[in-house]
Design a protein around this ligand. Structure first.
Ligand code: SF4
Ligand code: F3S
Length: 104
């Protein structure tokens, strides 16, 4: 599976949802997650994300995000259409420690 990681937090560009053939993205207040059981590992979303938040779960950086994607994809609503990013999305790109600062 692929997973959404920290770089998505507060950026939420949603380009990823437009290309997913199985519509397996779910939307929280500050980030999106992928449902690991629904993702078919096609990889098309990965290059669409401007801050490169989407990684295969085989990536060492992705490991700690798999549980979070699993948990919240069961709780958050499905999102299948692109929407406007937050107006301050760009200012949060590349910022450190976004999970501790903003994830609720
Ligand atoms: Fe969807 Fe493919 Fe990305 Fe999985 S890898 S979330 S199936 S676009
Ligand atoms: Fe997040 Fe990137 Fe999608 S910022 S909403 S994973 S395009």
């Amino acid at each position: 599976t692929y997973v959404v990681t920290e770089s998505c937090i507060k950026c939420k560009y949603t380009d990823c949802v437009e290309v997913c053939p199985v519509d397996c993205f779910y939307e929280g207040k500050n980030m999106l997650v992928i449902h690991p059981d629904e993702c078919i590992d096609c990889g098309v979303c990965e290059p669409e994300c401007p801050p490169e938040a989407i990684l295969p779960d085989t990536d060492p950086e992705a490991e700690k995000w798999l549980d979070l994607n699993t948990q919240y994809s069961e709780q958050w609503p499905n999102i299948t259409r692109k929407k406007d990013a937050p107006t301050d999305a760009e200012s949060h790109q590349g910022e450190d420690d976004k999970y501790n600062k903003y994830f609720t």
